[in-house]
Every structure is written in structure tokens, then in C-alpha cells.
Design a protein around this ligand. Structure first.
Ligand code: AHZ
Length: 303
């Protein structure tokens, strides 16, 4: 087998390796495990090419979803399955997508989902225990990892994580009415350092429909709701009210809607926008709201 060169002056194509080298691999666990030879530059180029081609393509998206928590991911799944013709781009500020849905509540793993949202678990083939009015998934990570992989397998979905939405693109239409027309993005590590560095300008993604799913207020949360206020498109925040599971869950699902032209809001961000109750550790409303947001996005896109 030809050894991989230690120093590369130029960047030879993979074919510079003898064909035979590609066959000389062995999944041998008795001390003879052999990998196909590779050059470091091939690894870099394989990533860079795909990432930047994707960025180039998704600079114009059909729907941008901000936030990959339980509501945002559910919306992405329903939307991308129902409309494979739409380019669905998810922007997630965190390195790890999933938001608060890796645990059930108070750092405990079981996840509670109230009926009828359990239908979504059957669609995803996530096992659960039936407790009558609600079901229990043994670990929230089982739900979130299954949903995340189902979303990522869809060819029309792109997820850009470690990327924060820093602002909304707001255009004036012919009637002089303000309309959300996309998002302004930056690497999250840059977004977190605007106060310590000189100006680091962002990038943009245009889309006729933006779905905001950034959760309730927190270091990053309620992003679009707060921006709508500072941009003059919303008078004031409603601010999330105290916990009431029976009031909160139907309110979040039923009020999932286009809150400003071009901007649909879903999940707990809506509680800050509308001033509705929180539900605490029960996730049915995130599923119901995510699905409703997808339906609203399709309706708005087709209008
Ligand atoms: O990182 C955030 C998280 O993954 C992401 N996010 C927030 N701001 C962002 C920005 N750009 C990009 N500017 C951003 N991403 O949005 C995601 C929000 O997920 P979440 O799990 O916090 O919200 P959710 O509405 O999907 O689920 C809420 C779950 C809750 S909270 C709650 C309570 O407090 O009572 N109860 C439930 C079920």
C-alpha cells in the first residue's frame, strides 16, 4: 500500500492514490484494522465544499425556522414531509439542536406528552407508556433524537447550528406595510462577542416565510417577539404568565399563527408574545403548535 505523503505541496486528487490502496482496508479487530488512506486536504475540502454550497443555495430559502427546540423541529418535520418542494432552512444558535427537549423537567429524563399529541409519537415510531390522559416517553432524548434524525434525513431540510439569528429582514411592500422577509445571521460565537470586538457584520437569508420558535425569554429566547417590539411591529410584549397546564397547552396550539406579515410564531415564544401561561414539563403543546405552524406556513406560502 502506498503511504500517504506527509507534506503536500499541491492538492492531488484522490486518484493520485493507487486504486489498489482503496481496496486494502480491513475491519479487523485483532490488531490489523486498516483505513483507506486519506489526505488532510481532502477532509477539509469535503466539508467546506458542502457547507458553503449549502450556504450559497440557502441564501434564498422558502421557509426559515428559527430555533430547533421541540416546536421548531416538529414544525420542520411536518412542513418538509408535507411539502418536499419547499427549501426549509433551520437556524439554531446552540451547537446542540433540541432546545429544552433533552430532558423532561427539573433535569429528570422522562417526557410527558398529553393526548392527542401522542399521535406524533406513533408517526415517528417513538415507544411510550400510556397513562390515560397522557403518555410517557422513557427519556426525552429518545423523542428528540428520533425527531432530529427524521428531520435531518429529509432532503429538503438544512440545519445550520451554532448560528444565531441576530435580526429580522423587514421590507416595505407596495402598500407601505412592513413585512418580515428573512433573517440576519451570524456564527453564535460572533454574536456572543459583539461587545468585545470591533464591528463584525452578519449575513442574510431571505425567505417569504419565517417561523420563529425561539422559546420563552432567556439568554437567547423570545428573540423575534422582542424584535417585533423594538421594530415597532408589536406594541408591547405580553410576557409569559404563571403555570397552568390546562390553560397553557390549548392556548399555545390554538394561537399559533402569523403574528406579523411573513412571521409565524410557535412554541413557548408565543407565551411571551401573547402573555399566555406556561405549561411546565408537558410537551404536547410543542408538538401541536409545531404542526399548526407548519400548516400556517404552507397556507401563507401559497397565498
Ligand atoms: O437555542 C435555542 C433553542 O434551541 C434557539 N434559539 C433561541 N434564540 C435563537 C436565535 N437564533 C437561533 N436568536 C435561537 N436560535 O431556539 C430554541 C428554542 O427551543 P426551546 O426548547 O427553548 O423552545 P420550545 O418553544 O421549542 O420548547 C419549549 C419547551 C417548554 S418551556 C416550558 C416552561 O417553561 O413552562 N414548557 C415547555 C414544554
Amino acid at each position: 500500500m502506498a503511504p500517504a505523503p506527509l507534506l503536500q505541496k499541491s492538492v492531488p486528487a484522490p486518484s493520485s492514490f493507487p486504486q489498489k490502496a482503496f481496496m486494502d482496508v480491513a475491519e479487523d479487530y485483532d490488531g490489523q484494522y486498516r483505513f483507506a488512506p486519506i489526505q488532510e486536504s481532502q477532509v477539509s475540502r469535503a466539508m467546506i465544499k458542502r457547507y458553503f454550497e449549502t450556504m450559497y443555495d440557502r441564501a434564498i430559502s422558502d421557509v426559515v425556522i428559527v430555533g430547533a427546540g421541540s416546536a421548531g423541529l416538529t414544525c420542520a418535520y411536518h412542513l418538509a414531509v408535507t411539502r418536499p418542494d419547499l427549501k426549509v432552512t433551520i437556524i439554531e444558535a446552540n451547537v446542540a439542536p433540541g432546545g429544552g427537549a433533552w430532558l423532561g423537567g427539573q433535569l429528570m429524563s422522562p417526557m410527558i406528552i398529553r393526548k392527542p399529541a401522542d399521535a406524533f409519537l406513533r408517526e415517528l415510531d417513538v415507544p411510550y407508556e400510556d397513562e390515560g390522559p397522557f403518555v410517557v416517553v422513557k427519556h426525552a432524548a429518545l423523542f428528540t433524537s428520533t425527531l432530529l434524525s427524521a428531520v435531518l434525513k429529509l432532503p429538503n431540510v438544512v440545519l445550520m447550528n451554532a448560528t444565531a439569528v441576530e435580526d429580522l429582514i423587514i421590507h416595505e411592500d407596495f402598500a407601505g406595510k412592513q413585512r418580515v422577509a428573512g433573517v440576519v445571521t451570524n456564527w453564535t460565537l460572533v454574536a456572543l462577542n459583539h461587545d468585545t470586538q470591533s464591528c463584525m457584520d452578519p449575513n442574510t437569508i431571505t425567505a417569504p416565510i419565517v417561523v420563529s420558535a425561539t422559546g420563552h425569554d432567556g439568554p437567547m429566547g423570545a428573540f423575534s417577539a422582542k424584535r417585533l417590539v423594538s421594530a415597532g411591529l408589536l406594541k408591547e410584549l405580553g410576557n409569559m404568565r404563571g403555570l397552568d397546564m390546562n390553560r397553557a397547552e390549548p392556548a399555545i396550539v390554538n394561537n399559533t399563527r402569523q403574528v406579523a406579515p411573513g412571521l409565524i410564531m410557535t412554541g413557548m415564544e408565543l407565551s411571551e408574545h401573547d402573555g399566555s401561561n406556561r405549561m411546565g414539563p408537558t410537551f404536547g403543546a410543542m408538538i401541536g403548535s409545531g404542526i399548526k405552524a407548519a400548516k400556517e406556513a404552507i397556507r401563507a406560502y401559497d397565498a
